[in-house]
Unconditional design. Sequence first.
Length: 183
Amino acid sequence: MLLQLPNHAVLKPTLHCTSFTVLNRVKLFFHRLFLTVVTPHCTFRNVAGGIVVVTTWMILRRSSSLEEFVNSFTEAVLPAANTLRAISEGSLCFTVQAETTSALEALWERYQDGTLQRNLQQFLVTEEIKQLADGEVMLTVQMDEKEYKNALLDLMITRETKGNNKLEELGFRSGDSARLPPM
């Protein structure tokens, strides 16, 4: 099941899918749509290390609407200027789109220092999921560094292209050596 969210929805990360071919197809699809997405992969495990299967329905049903879930997820988990774009099943996959390089860097820093994992653990691991696992559940998160670097490069290229377009709107071509007047 793939749940695509409207462009105005605000969400972030992606969680672990069990089928790598499906995951790669989903990544390719979303990379073509949103070049600046990253997909943090989350896996739910019980104390003994066994995988706990958590469905999208289990996560979404605690909110009265998709919009409420997106808003709650964004506030509890993501740094500013990051948007949840999709939720898909496997274990769980959240596709996150960053609006700026600084937003993407903030998300990566949260991943690196463990804050993203703690936020996702607190937000996603409910009493119902703990009961399903007969006790405590530990959530692990993985983000692909190559995917992060590609998204960062895409954002930099997008920013540069927008900057060149703005100069052209002001009457300058990208090869012009003329300076802009002080503001």
